[in-house]
Ligand binder design. Sequence first.
Ligand SMILES: C[S@@+](CC[C@H](N)C(=O)[O-])C[C@H]1O[C@@H](n2cnc3c(N)ncnc32)[C@H](O)[C@@H]1O
Length: 270
Amino acid sequence: MPSYSPTEVAAQYATERHLRTRIQTHERYSVGPGLEATVDRLLALNGDEAVLDVGTGPGDFPGRLRAGGHRGRIVGLDFSAGMVARASEQYPAVEFLQGDAAALPFPDATFDVVTARHMLYHVPDVAAALAEFKRVLKPGGHFLAVTNAAGYMAELWEAVAEALPDESRFADIRGSRQSFATAFSEMSGVDQVRQTFGNADTEFLESVLVFPEPEPVLAYLNSIPAIQQLPDLDRENALSRLRRTLTARTQGGAWRVSKRVVFISARRQE
Ligand SMILES: C[S@@+](CC[C@H](N)C(=O)[O-])C[C@H]1O[C@@H](n2cnc3c(N)ncnc32)[C@H](O)[C@@H]1O
């Protein structure tokens, strides 16, 4: 089940603003092993591969590869024209294109590596996107999906459910747990990848966000579409109720929110 309709996904990612808030929250408050080191180890790039990053957002991953000396072709593709414009501005040495994961604008067997990082939970037809990833990979090419595992940030969503327990106007906020956590996780994702590629390997990364105070958690929550879309008064009401709950949670100065990420790798065999 996709987390949002294509129109909602387009609105959510029209610009990098809200996504950037969430990325920065992870950068500032994460403790434990970093995601990028695992990506690098699993991809084991030699620097000459042609790489496609689908759902690239503001292009940080392709930008990092190029800055690290990658010589091969690197393409970042995103559904959002705003993201593509921002990515091109930030990382002019990378090729960025607007496009849909389920209809990739490339000939068969173009890339050695295709990555889809934190994006498949937004795609309405995951099987179609996976078939496209396989089609554009060269035989022997490597596909890597990165996504949230089931139970991702469970403590945060439990606090949200406690702060906003029953009113229907806040149902979408409580329901956002599904979109961010489980729409494409190891529970459904591994089988789907295996069905397409005939093989799939998984690896998990456990880390934790440690929040000293409510503000960064409120900023994170305020970036999600279900809160952004509320009328002003409802949003203020939701945020003040969340603030009360989060103030209690962070009283000890180090509220821990666990996050478990899954890496799903596959090879195009023929
Ligand atoms: C959560 S962001 C992840 C961005 C980046 N990969 C990262 O890990 O920071 C999801 C991105 O996927 C893009 N996206 C959603 N559906 C897509 C689709 N069908 N085809 C291509 N991109 C899509 C969104 O526009 C958004 O930029």
